[in-house]
Design a protein around this ligand. Structure first.
Ligand code: ADP
Length: 234
């Protein structure tokens, strides 16, 4: 499995953000994590990326335990955090060279040039990140997550705040990079899942409440929309 999550719980003080979650994700699957605000999506993604440890249970990526083998696990994962906190005072190329250096990539210049092309940043690559539109900033965020060619890509609300044209472009980019790697993306927009994902996991109050192929949801009465609406009921 590309990602294996077993009986994972995460507590913040008395607050149970995730409760006994188990999830297996095979290679080259694009999985949409769908749920209302506060459901636990970001927490689950942070656990996979090694940002903080689980209170209980185990998480492994590409066979490496994120706590026991953190370096190996991290080398397999690219992570775009929510709100994409990248350095607005750095140039696009400068920032990507910096992140490539952090990953110990040997030919930094070649890796950055190829990534700039891959994510469609060529016309903007000479600019300061602070001068870019939100859509291009997201491309920089995706580029930094992909620079070490990870098998697993974690994207936390990658299209939030984008205008309709940027949204189409970023979704297309996600589909493309998801052809040969495992992607987990979180969203609260159903349409996004329908357009990009192979599999849907609905999460609510820290627990997985539905999990299946997109086609399985689509064939039910009311489709994915009715499953999602049920989550919003008290
Ligand atoms: P989502 O991404 O689905 O909106 P989160 O994973 O961000 O949900 O949050 C799940 C729950 O955990 C929420 O109730 C949130 O307030 C809480 N939470 C998340 N991160 C922290 C933190 N660092 N400290 C305290 N509570 C947190």
């Amino acid at each position: 499995m590309a990602i294996s999550i077993q009986n994972v719980s995460k507590k913040f003080g008395n607050q149970m953000a995730l409760s006994n979650v188990s999830l297996e994700v095979p290679p080259a699957q694009v999985l949409g994590l769908l749920g209302p605000n506060g459901a636990g999506k970001s927490t689950l993604m942070r656990l996979i990326s090694g940002y903080f440890p689980a209170t209980d249970g185990t998480v492994s990526v590409c066979g490496f335990d994120v706590l026991g083998q953190p370096m190996e696990a991290r080398s397999c994962v690219g992570y775009l955090p929510e709100h994409n906190p990248i350095h607005t005072d750095m140039y696009v190329r400068e920032y990507l060279e910096y992140t490539a250096g952090l990953h110990g990539i040997k030919d930094v210049s070649a890796a950055v040039s190829s990534m700039i092309e891959k994510v469609g940043l060529t016309p903007e690559s000479h600019k300061l990140i602070g001068q870019l539109s939100k859509g291009y900033r997201q491309r920089v965020g995706i580029a930094q997550a992909l620079i070490h060619d990870p098998k697993v890509l974690i994207l936390d609300e990658p299209t939030s705040g984008l205008d309709p044209i940027q949204l189409v472009d970023i979704r297309e980019l996600i589909r493309e990079v998801g052809r040969d790697r495992t992607v987990i993306l979180s969203t609260h927009i159903m349409q996004e899942v329908e357009e990009v994902c192979d599999r849907v996991v609905l999460i609510h109050q820290g627990a997985i409440v539905a999990d299946g192929a997109l086609s399985a949801f689509a064939s039910k009465p009311g489709g994915l929309e009715s499953a999602f609406q049920e989550l919003k009921l008290p």
